[in-house]
Write a protein that binds this ligand. Structure first.
Ligand code: CA
Length: 368
């Protein structure tokens, strides 16, 4: 070994140590925590409206969420449910075009063309009061029902809005796309995951470096996306496995005509994260799966899920953080305390929230 080589070797060693140290410091710094605008700035404007997305962009969310469902003419629209009746006037405009599902009338997006869907007024989420038969807002403190003008938008329209705002503001705000109910679309003869990924590819989302996450509640489909669709389309994007409770019927199969929900129990048992890490980059659990509802203000009970996910190198992005009346669990003093418990006492990597401005400001305040 000659004289010049020796110090150079140590210099390299020193630099690489510094790089790995700074990477570690970064990984632990609060600025790494991400805020996902859940259906846009949905605490202020109707969920999934382009207006709610523009507001979330202005609020500096790190990511803005899209839920994607398919129309009769194979277009992708941004809607939380694969039916239209919770957030539009479809039942007034097309009163007969429903299906009966588990004793309830539902107007499915897949039964309407994009043109028909575009003719509807979109609004805040509502239910029908069983006594008065009138529409009743699910969140009464939010934007009033059927005021101003909002429309269902396509996935392309939303991508163009976010990419356009990224250009005009110089920001780089990401997409967080949920593929909704692949099992349902498959029953209708459609491959929603493939169509979604093809559109994303066309708009430049191809690699793990691109600012995008794909999320899905269906573990078989998430695996298929990773194992089959990514190689087929020559892309590779970051994937989040969402975790549901079995009785939510997020994924369903039919036995003798009766719906049987997919059993999610295995995802909350030891060893599950090891299985998920093979095909996903992270998990999206429901808040009580991380902080038990048995918790009190004096005694928080954390489940083992976060530790097990982090041990497997998985990100943890729980849902949904809302400040509305009745939405703060009893163990938290207020919305900010709830954020503090999850982001800093437990240590999740990001959160889905209807109030991205408050979460962005909270994280910023923690840094100073
Ligand atoms: Ca979603």
């Amino acid at each position: 070994m000659n004289n010049t080589y020796f110090p150079a070797f140590f210099l390299l060693l020193l630099i690489s140590t510094m790089i790995s140290l700074s990477a570690e410091t970064l990984a632990n710094s609060p600025s790494d925590k991400i805020v996902i605008a859940h259906r846009g700035a949905s605490g202020y404007l109707p969920e999934h409206s382009l207006e709610a997305k523009a507001m979330a962009h202005a609020m500096n969310s790190d990511y803005i969420e899209q839920d994607v469902v398919m129309t009769k003419d194979n277009q992708l629209v941004v809607l939380h449910d694969h039916y239209l009746d919770r957030v539009t006037d479809v039942m007034d405009v097309f009163p007969k075009r429903f299906r009966m599902v588990m004793g309830k009338k539902r107007w499915f997006a897949i039964d309407f063309t994009l043109k028909e869907i575009k003719s509807l007024q979109m609004t805040e989420g509502f239910t029908i009061d069983p006594k008065t038969h009138k529409k009743k807002a699910i969140f009464p403190e939010r934007f009033p029902l059927f005021k101003s003008t909002f429309k269902v938008s396509t996935l392309q329209q939303e991508i163009e809005l976010i990419q356009g705002l990224n250009k005009s503001t110089g920001k780089n705000i990401g997409l967080y796309v949920e593929i909704k109910a692949p099992w349902f679309h498959k029953l209708e003869g459609r491959d929603i995951s493939k169509v979604t990924l093809e559109i994303l590819k066309k708009y430049g989302y191809k690699s793990r470096q691109d600012k995008i996450f794909i999320q899905c509640f269906d573990p078989e489909e998430t695996r298929r996306i990773h194992d089959e669709l990514f190689p087929q389309l020559h892309i590779s994007l970051k994937l989040i496995q969402l975790i549901a409770m079995t009785d939510w019927y997020e994924k369903v199969r039919f036995v003798n005509g009766k719906p049987v929900p997919y059993n999610y129990d295995w995802m909350l048992k030891p060893g599950a994260m090891k299985k998920i890490t093979r095909y996903a980059d992270g998990v999206g659990p429901w808040k009580p799966m991380l902080v038990s509802d048995q918790s009190t203000k004096e005694h928080l009970v954390f489940t083992p899920l976060l530790k097990e996910a982090h041990a497997e190198g998985l990100l943890v992005h729980p849902y949904t953080f809302r400040k509305d009346q009745g939405r703060i669990p009893a163990y938290a003093k207020d919305f900010y305390d709830l954020l503090d418990i999850f982001l800093y006492q437990l240590g999740v990597d990001g959160i889905f929230t209807d109030y991205p401005d408050l979460a962005v400001a909270f994280i910023k305040g923690k840094e100073n």
